[in-house]
Design a protein around this ligand. Structure first.
Ligand SMILES: [Zn+2]
Length: 296
């Protein structure tokens, strides 16, 4: 994990602090072409001619940073939309001064909102379940067992903590400047924003599957419905992964192997944490319960 307290000195932060020497003192890269801007003055990249936010000492354009002015809820909503649908713009901020603590706070907000959705969704399923308004009878039967649902919700918290922390491992390379590493890790926390609206496609997907597409005679309608029902819940995860890769390609464009390793490694570790949290932990708990039951 990065040292967010003492080493959060930013390349541009340095420039801002040291006004007697206006040239960039550290390795800072053009957000358009990746050209190293070290030692340069002015606001334009000499390689591609584009204005560089890193050279211009620009403020990050993440709405969450302006929380005090926008208010918590509005800033959160705007940041979720920004981080979910503007991955390119989000990743440009890696060369600016990113407040690490604010990024961690945003991650906690995303986790809290996701938990709120999960618990709400469970309550909703219970509300419609007993009246047999659910199509799937077996699922409705499953709902009569309270503890698996409650346990699922409880285990969701450690899972979310793990899943949102995993991407930071893939930005922790010694050859990157500490400031850039910290910025990338902070931005990787913003990348988990799609989790905040994750239940929407989940409800959409479950709704499509429960509308019983199998009974539709026309395959031209039934098959796309089934595929959409299965893929919709994966959409926010895909956006999350894409944002992370976009961020990685900004700072590690000359290390293609790392990006490939990241593209394979993050989903793999996510899958492992699903197995660990939702598989091994309940199994271990069950084992202990059986053991205690046998002994007594
Ligand atoms: Zn450039």
């Amino acid at each position: 994990m990065p040292d967010e307290s003492s080493e959060s000195i930013n390349p541009t932060g340095d420039v801002r602090a040291d006004t007697s020497n206006p040239s960039v003192a550290l390795d800072v890269y053009c957000h358009e072409c990746g050209y190293n801007l070290r030692g340069l003055t002015g606001t334009r990249c000499p390689e591609c001619g584009k204005d560089s936010p890193a050279l211009a000492n620009a403020e990050p354009n993440i709405p969450w940073v302006h929380r005090a002015r926008l208010g918590n809820l509005w800033a959160f909503t705007k940041t979720v939309l920004f981080a979910s649908f503007r991955p390119r713009k989000l990743s440009q901020n890696v060369f600016l001064h990113i407040d690490f603590c604010e990024a961690k706070r945003f991650r906690r907000w995303v986790i809290a909102v996701t938990m709120f959705w999960m618990i709400g969704l469970t309550a909703f399923l219970y509300a419609i379940g007993p009246n047999n308004r659910l199509y799937d009878r077996e699922f409705a039967e499953l709902l009569k067992l309270y503890w698996p649902m409650a346990l699922g919700n409880v285990l969701m918290l450690p899972f979310l903590l793990l899943a949102t922390g995993i991407p930071s491992l893939f930005f922790d390379y010694r050859d990157l400047p500490v400031s850039l590493r910290n910025n990338a890790i902070a931005l990787s926390y913003y990348c988990c924003a799609p989790l905040a609206w994750w239940p929407l496609p989940v409800i959409g997907g479950v709704g499509l599957l429960m509308s019983d597409p199998m009974s539709i005679e026309n395959d031209m309608i039934a098959i796309p419905l089934i595929i959409a029902g299965a893929l919709l819940p994966l959409m926010p995860i895909a956006i999350w992964s894409f944002s992370l890769l976009r961020l990685a390609s900004r700072i590690m464009s000359d290390h293609q192997l790392r990006i490939i390793w990241m593209a394979a490694g993050i989903p793999l570790l996510w899958l492992l944490s699903v197995l660990l949290v939702f598989g091994l932990i309940p199994m271990a708990g069950f084992y202990v319960w059986v053991l205690i039951d046998a002994l007594s």
